[in-house]
Ligand binder design. Structure first.
Ligand SMILES: O=C(O)C(=O)C[C@]1(C(=O)O)C=C[C@@H](O)C=C1
Length: 428
């Protein structure tokens, strides 16, 4: 039987942060310093939570700008703001969410032309008033660092040695956001992060797509013929597999934690027989030469990253949004078909469906009467669809999905990355 551990309270997290931050701040990497039993499911794991999440998401649509003092779609009389506080467990979320800029406000709002929204505008500013701190997995020069910079141009990027640590950094208020890869156009899904999304209670607040342009890096003076080994992140090795062969490199491939970490390893250990696959920026940072440029098998190689925060953002309808959900069902054979048809009938496009085995890992479900039971599911399904939770079609589709499933959680509703991109451009 799995028992849920108490989530760290904000006070606890802040005390912890005060103790640890001086040690971890600046260039030091955040390390996994403690372990806690991961919660099986967080906010939105049961029907009541999910319903209130949906109610909040649907009742506070900025484009309508109406007072939402009347009853909300969950059928109670709380204001949307109260609901946010209830779901997130503290009132600060309300203030936080009000920081989202809406078409200019204040005395001179009318004279200003409407400013185009950026992804970072839609995400609340940090409560501490300083630079946004963004956790990523890897060391400086990693693609994840570049993705953090693309998502939040003025952020302080905080390197973490594992994905799990990046999640924890946000949960413990050491970072304000985490930016993590979820899929690559060549290598497919990064399953570890799908599993972690489920085990942690962070919300997806945005996405960025980063063109990934790999280089073969070695110590200055080293020639290709000297190489017996190439090291990199497993995804990067997979993305360059054919090109390595075409380059005539008869080398052992070895996986390490991240691309820039591989470059650093070659440089620090003065390895003349080893090359790293990493970015041009990693070459500059660690003093390596570029032996081959653009070695990814597909020039359109792109990795999709998601931005995670402690609070959800308010979904809107005035620009394209995506919503990510995860669900499971424990009976019936046509459930998946029914779920997918809930979107198809409403003309909602699905951009991604991913199934993850969840065998022998019990999930604690809590019903409306607060009675908990442990259930086993064979698979969890992750679905991304192109609609905002502020869109009635999405609300209706999810209400229907809820009928067919035993577990449903909205991971986030967030602006789609619409950045125009050309394969030849270097993203890093
Ligand atoms: O190792 C890095 O530089 C990363 O940021 C990780 C990562 C990944 O996990 O997929 C990110 C983008 C590339 O697809 C290759 C590696």
């Amino acid at each position: 039987m799995t028992t849920l551990t108490q989530p760290l309270s904000n006070t606890l997290s802040l005390n912890y942060l005060l103790k640890q931050r001086s040690k971890w701040a600046g260039p030091n990497r955040v390390k996994c310093v403690y372990a806690f039993e991961p919660t099986s499911f967080g906010i939105g794991s049961n029907r009541v939570d999910w319903q209130s999440s949906c109610a909040i998401l649907s009742s506070k649509v900025f484009s309508e700008e109406k007072s939402s003092s009347s009853s909300n779609s969950a059928g109670n009389n709380n204001s949307a703001a109260d609901n946010i506080a209830a779901v997130n467990g503290h009132k600060t979320a309300v203030t936080d969410l009000n920081l989202v800029p809406i078409n200019g406000s204040g005395d001179n709002a009318k004279s200003l032309p409407p400013k185009p929204l950026t992804i970072s505008d839609l995400s609340p500013a940090p409560m501490h008033g300083s630079q946004l701190r963004v956790a990523y997995q890897g060391v400086p020069g990693a693609y994840s660092e570049a993705a953090a910079g693309k998502a939040y141009p003025k952020c302080e990027a905080i390197p973490c040695d594992q994905f799990e640590v990046a999640f924890q950094a946000v949960e413990l208020w050491i970072a304000d956001r985490a930016v993590l890869p979820v899929e690559n156009s060549l290598g497919g899904s990064i399953h570890r992060n799908y599993d972690l999304l489920l085990r942690h209670r962070l919300h997806i607040v945005g996405e960025v797509q980063l063109p990934v342009h790999h280089c073969l890096l070695a110590l200055p003076g080293v020639r290709k013929e000297y190489l017996s080994r190439v090291i990199s992140h497993p995804q990067a090795l997979a993305q360059c597999e054919h090109t390595l062969t075409k380059l005539g490199l008869n080398v052992v491939r070895e996986a390490v934690d991240d691309t820039a970490g591989a470059a650093e390893f070659v440089a620090v250990n003065c390895l003349r027989d080893t090359a790293a696959i990493a970015s041009a920026r990693a070459a500059e940072l660690y003093g390596l030469q570029v032996l081959a440029d653009g070695i990814q098998d597909d020039p359109s190689n792109v990795t999709r990253f998601v931005m995670l925060a402690r609070e959800p953002i308010i979904p809107r309808t005035d620009r394209p949004f995506k919503t990510s959900i995860v669900f499971a069902h424990d009976k019936g054979t046509s459930v998946l078909f029914k779920v997918l048809s809930a979107f198809a009938f409403r003309n909602i496009s699905l951009t991604k469906i991913e199934s993850r085995p969840h065998r022998n890992r019990p999930i604690r479900l809590v019903d409306d009467a607060n009675v908990g039971t442990a259930k086993h599911f064979e698979y969890l399904f992750y679905v991304d669809f192109e609609a905002s939770m502020a869109d009635v079609r999405a609300q209706n589709a999810l209400a229907e999905v809820q009928e067919f499933t035993s577990f449903l959680r909205v991971l986030g509703s967030y602006p789609m990355d619409m950045t125009p991109w050309t394969p030849s451009s270097r993203g890093n």
